[in-house]
Design a binder for this molecule. Structure first.
Ligand code: ZN
Length: 585
């Protein structure tokens, strides 16, 4: 195995045991101006409730940070010894400080781009979408593309007459946008809705065959409705690329990229997120991330999964792209993202048996199992982790089968590779224990359980929903490491919202199998130390521990103790990354 060397890790400061830190702290006690320039902290938090997620000192009052790392954790009196002339001191006034939230699965650049197009996440009717597009058309040049994302038919109060498979046809939308191509992404990211101008530009007619792994939805007359599922979205994507709205020169594209990185970062930081697992970027995007990381310009730490590269390109390049904690831990590349199926909402999740509400379909297999198996071999060869999107029970089974058989074939200890199943949403009861037995990480999203809850039974029927859907408690009790996150921009990036879902399982229509909830302490672990572990980062991130990077979130109320229904109101007051306050409310 030609695992690339990781020189950065070797020169990192060794983990300083807490006992030693306490001695250091005690040794510095000697009056208000005791801290010399050598041991003065850059930033100190005092008088708070610091929940560390570190069993050796679970709770403290204060933290001192210097040069991007945590140098002491203890009582306020102890930590005041680290205050020098240049130290910034924040009085937490009893507030909760926790390790910075790590977004365990999101789409960083999609989040950035989503800030520059129509936000359809909160709309409650098709008519509202049509009127938003109509207003955008009024401000657009003829021919200019109008884009949006985040609509979800299950959130609407009613579905227009004449809809096909629960989604409207394009007539109303096309009527308000005759000269402007319109492309509106589904919240899941697994479908797009387009108007007639896009259908024309993309050359999609009633005779266009479905591309492999995708579907052009047709009405009863055999005409396209405007809904493009999975890979069929690529037809509209190619038409879009042919008509750039802006950013035509390399300089403009670079500026747009940087702007979107900043916009995504602002959203993350405002929600207490200090590190972000990006579920998929190609080498070109990684090059740009690396340039920004080298210049100290990444707003949060990125754990980027390689996505969308051919097998050949991965064979040739993975070795060169391996980065472990590059640029002070701001960029790590050592994993690959694959995708075996679609999402449950648009009937794209690959199931063992047909959908309860679409008996003609068992969902979609996107990347073929043999391609994923070959990717798995390449991953092992290059010391990369493999993270496969699998939502349906068939998708989960196939993925676990691939992992298990490739490990056996190449003779590696699979558990040490920490491979993940992204979403791990609907799992056949027979396959639940296999996660624990094989040491596979379930990279789940608490908020998916509650936003999907109201319609999961419709898709799966009672038995499958009860025995295999969003099995947080069951998997945790089996000893499986579970990640947490939001899949942003599929959901908003808020860890507080996903934390609340994880501990309450509360949907708009009541609790969804609340026996599968986690405790608040467990939920905090899923969002911090578990996400760090799933990125091989537990020595540097995931807890407030001396020697680790100083990434901390301060909340305005204590989500670990306040009444359950008050959790969603919690706000982030400070977000600290690398010992620097990067967000203040
Ligand atoms: Zn995703």
């Amino acid at each position: 195995m030609k695992r690339p060397s990781t020189p950065l890790k070797a020169v990192r400061p060794r983990f300083v045991p807490l006992a030693l830190a306490a001695i250091v702290a005690a040794g510095c006690e000697g009056g208000p101006d005791a801290a010399t320039s050598a041991d003065a902290a850059d930033l100190v938090l005092t008088d708070g409730r610091v929940v560390t997620v570190d069993a050796s000192l679970p709770e403290a009052e204060a933290v001192a940070m210097r040069d991007g790392r945590i140098v002491a954790v203890g009582t306020s009196d102890e930590i005041r010894a680290y205050v020098g002339e240049a130290t910034e001191v924040i009085d937490l006034a009893g507030r909760l400080a926790i390790p910075g939230f790590i977004e365990g699965h999101g789409h960083y650049m999609s989040l950035g781009r989503s800030k520059e197009i129509l936000d359809l996440m909160d709309v409650t009717s098709w008519e509202e979408i049509v009127s938003m597009v109509e207003q955008a058309v009024a401000q657009a040049e003829p021919g200019q593309w109008i884009e949006g994302r985040g609509w979800h038919q299950e959130k609407w109060a009613s579905i227009p007459e004449g809809s096909v498979e629960g989604v409207p046809v394009h007539d109303m939308l096309s009527a308000v946008s005759p000269e402007n191509p319109v492309r509106l992404g589904h919240a899941s990211g697994h479908a797009a809705f387009v108007n007639e101008a896009v259908l024309e530009a993309a050359g999609i007619t009633g005779d266009t065959p479905n591309p492999p792994g995708g579907e052009i939805v047709m009405d009863a007359n055999g005409d396209p409705t405007g809904l493009l599922r999975e890979t069929a979205q690529g037809l509209a994507g190619r038409a879009r690329s042919a008509y750039p709205n802006d950013a035509t020169t390399p300089e403009e594209r670079d500026a747009a990229f940087r702007r979107q990185v900043r916009l995504a970062g602002e959203d993350a930081l405002a929600h207490g997120v200090t590190a972000f697992h990006d579920a998929g970027s190609g080498f070109g995007t990684i090059d740009r991330f690396r340039a920004m990381a080298d210049a100290g310009e990444l707003p949060v730490r990125l754990y980027v999964m390689v996505r969308g590269e051919s097998l050949e390109s991965m064979r040739d390049n993975l070795g060169d792209y391996f980065m472990d904690g590059h640029a002070d831990g701001f960029l790590t590349v050592r994993s690959i993202k694959e995708q075996i199926d679609g999402a449950l909402g648009p009937h794209g999740a690959w199931l063992l048996a047909p959908y309860a509400d679409l008996p003609t379909s068992s969902g979609l297999n996107l990347e073929e199992p043999e391609v994923i198996a070959e990717t798995a071999r390449i991953a092992v060869d290059n010391g990369y982790q493999l993270n496969t999107h699998a939502i349906g029970d068939r998708a989960n089974r196939e993925t676990i089968d691939i992992y298990e058989s490739v490990w056996e074939e190449v003779g590696v200890d699979g558990a040490s590779l920490r491979w993940r199943v992204e979403h791990a949403q609907h799992i056949h009861p027979d396959d639940l224990p296999r996660f624990a037995e094989l040491g596979i990480i379930a990279s789940m999203q608490g908020v998916h359980g509650t936003s999907d809850g109201p319609w999961v039974l419709k898709r799966l029927g009672r038995e499958r929903a009860e025995n295999g859907a969003y099995k947080w408690r069951t998997l945790t009790d089996m000893g499986v490491v579970i990640n947490n996150g939001t899949d942003v921009p599929v959901e908003r990036i808020s860890p507080v919202a996903s934390f609340y879902s994880t501990v309450s399982r509360m949907t708009a229509e009541g609790p969804f199998y609340p026996e599968e909830a986690l405790t608040r302490e467990e939920a905090l672990e899923t969002y911090t130390i578990n996400n760090a572990y799933a990125a091989f980062d537990e020595d540097d991130l995931g807890s407030i521990t001396v020697g680790k990077y100083a990434d901390i979130a301060v909340l305005d109320r204590d989500i670990l103790t306040i009444p359950m229904d008050e959790i969603p109101e919690a706000q982030v007051d400070y977000t600290i990354v690398h010992g620097e306050v990067r967000y203040r409310r």
